[in-house]
Ligand binder design. Structure first.
Ligand code: DQA
Length: 157
């Protein structure tokens, strides 16, 4: 089975994880979360590339520039989840499946966090499990890609 190439995208303020509102986001840094993902990636059947930016335009540029390098995206768009038509369009335009993840349970927080401009395009959404949201998201994404690959193989027979 070939390794699935996953682009892991983190949006604004997630560079401050570890010291940012730990009651919502836990105490692990983004580097620690990325290390957890890397430790899991091989067994999960994935290779990973990472990107974080506080800038919406840079994120759109990164999605465009890396689309041909990935099979799918693992996305915590942070505040852009609730606001960014540009990121929605970039992900849709990439024609790559993605899983949306959140550290916190956005549905147990302010009403403006209950709306996502990404969720209806996502394979699925995982929220509320702190850093484990990313690990569950990675597993789910690879399983989704595998299932899709098998279906394609069946169709080709
Ligand atoms: C977040 C939730 C968003 O509402 C918030 O703007 C974030 C982080 C999360 O991981 O829980 O920055 O995406």
């Amino acid at each position: 089975m070939s390794l699935k190439r996953i682009g892991v995208l983190n949006g604004p303020n997630l560079n401050l994880l570890g010291r940012r509102e730990p009651r919502h986001y836990g105490t692990q840094t983004l580097a620690e979360i990325e290390a957890l993902l890397l430790a899991r990636a091989g067994a999960a059947g994935a290779t990973l590339i990472f990107f974080q930016s506080n800038d919406e335009g840079e994120i759109v540029d990164w999605v465009q520039a890396n689309t041909d390098r990935v099979d799918a995206w693992l996305v915590n768009a942070a505040a852009l989840t609730h606001t960014s038509v540009a990121l929605r369009d970039a992900l849709a335009g990439s024609a790559r499946p993605f899983v949306e993840v959140h550290l916190s349970n956005v549905f147990a927080r302010e009403p403006f966090r209950h709306t996502s401009l990404l969720s209806d395009l996502a394979v699925g959404v995982i929220a509320g499990f702190r850093s484990s949201s990313y690990l569950f998201g990675l597993e789910a994404l690879v399983e989704h890609l595998g299932a899709r690959g098998e279906a394609g193989a069946d169709e080709a027979e």
